[in-house]
Write a protein that binds this ligand. Structure first.
Ligand code: NAD
Length: 373
């Protein structure tokens, strides 16, 4: 097991890289070393590299890869550029930690997965809300069966984004973000929900472009049947003035809920025992440690997996689950019917593009008075 600091390069030096990734990396001295920053805007690459004491700045990913041979590449570009940077890094032998949404389509996701080696390098994706201590503890309860079966769930991402937010050219366009709040915002909560609930079998969704001038939806809603038989309702909205992110799981023995906005710690979670269980909160429901959901929490898990040479969480099939679910949501909303998970085969139109190959059909289905394809 290697103990030397991981040599990390960051590709894309915009909001999330500068505000979150680079501070998280800088917060792990001895564990990681920032060796380069890449951005197509040269001045930005240089300024951000200087700010975080990275010795090298590049405008080109391939030039960076051949010159610095990093262990890990953090991809924090807009979504449309995720695939090329990730494939280039894997081919250069580096592990990847790429921002959400992983890719614009399932086809792109699988193309990347085919570049991984049997024992690495691996491509993993940023789903930081899976990694707070309370969510990790809840997954263990599910594995150990201590709460009984989960029967009913809710998953809501109710956020607010005004018109100015969509002036950033890559946002809410099929070609550059791959979708609207379902792909770009609710994906976090849905990923966390599915990490607790397991695989889905059928989804019925409705989407609308109700209030923003976006190519994609600005709100989506769905009902979902899980393999376990449980049912879940969910919404993803960018039109909700009182912003909140909510998850609720009704197990046989307790209701477990979290309400937060852009991140939680243990205090955001609530446990309500079923009447037959009694009032007492079971010891050990919440972990002793209180680690907030954050990029730093996921990064620590990723660095540990790298050192042990094992596949990290949120990679491979485990990183693909929420993207596949979202493809099912788009298909259901555009075609106006329930969609089964096993429909999303390689020859399905929604495997190749979230809009199923026909953005006009999506626009018609998402209109206030929708026409179905
Ligand atoms: N996990 C989260 O909570 C979270 C939050 C916000 C954004 N994000 C994701 O992070 C990613 C970046 O978002 P952002 O808000 O920082 O965007 P941004 O527009 O602020 O920054 C993106 C940067 O990438 C650069 N860039 C574009 N194409 C490039 C390429 N081919 N090679 C190198 N650099 C390139 C741009 O010049 C820009 O500096 C997106 O995928 C977004 O969905 C995740």
């Amino acid at each position: 097991m290697t103990t030397a600091p991981l040599r990390v390069a960051v590709v894309g030096a915009g909001g999330i890289a500068r505000g979150i990734h680079l501070p998280a990396l800088a917060g792990m001295p001895g564990e990681v070393e920032i060796v380069a920053v890449v951005d197509v805007e040269g001045d930005r690459a240089r300024d951000v590299a200087a700010e975080f004491a990275a010795p090298l700045a590049y405008t080109d990913v391939d030039a960076m890869l051949s010159a610095t041979r990093p262990d890990l590449v953090v991809v924090a570009t807009p979504p449309g550029a995720h695939k090329d940077a990730t494939v280039a890094a894997l081919r250069a032998g580096a592990w990847v930690w790429c921002e959400k949404p992983p890719t614009l389509s399932l086809a792109d996701y699988d193309e990347i997965a085919a570049e991984e080696g049997a024992n690495g390098p691996y491509a993993s994706y940023v789903f930081q809300h899976r990694f707070g201590s309370a969510a990790r503890r809840l997954r263990r309860h599910v594995e150990e069966g201590t709460l009984g079966a989960v029967r009913v769930a809710q998953c809501h991402t109710l956020w607010h984004r005004d018109d100015a937010y969509f002036e950033v050219p890559w946002r809410a366009k099929w070609a550059t973000e791959g979708g609207g709040p379902t792909m770009g915002h609710g994906i976090h909560q849905m990923d966390l929900a599915l990490s607790i609930l397991g695989d889905w079998t059928e989804v019925t969704a409705m989407m609308g472009t109700l209030a923003r001038r976006t190519e994609t939806e600005d709100v989506s809603a769905a009902i979902v049947r899980l393999e376990s038989g449980a049912m879940c309702v969910l919404t993803n909205s960018l039109l909700s003035p009182r912003e909140t992110s909510q998850l609720r799981f009704d197990f046989d023995d307790a209701t477990v809920e979290v309400e937060h906005l852009y991140g939680y710690d243990n205090s955001h979670w609530r446990w309500t025992p079923a009447p037959h269980v009694g009032d007492a909160e079971p010891a050990g429901w919440l972990p002793d440690a209180d680690e907030a959901s954050s990029h730093a929490a996921q990064l620590r898990v990723l660095v540990d997996a790298f050192r042990r040479g094992v596949r990290p969480p949120a990679s491979g099939d485990d990183g693909r689950r929420s993207l596949e679910f979202i493809a099912g949501m788009y298909k259901s909303a555009i075609e106006g019917r329930p969609v089964r998970r096993d429909e999303l085969t390689r020859d399905d139109p929604y495997y190749g593009a979230m809009h199923g190959g026909d953005p006009d059909a999506a626009a018609r289905a998402f209109a206030k008075e929708p026409a179905r394809v």
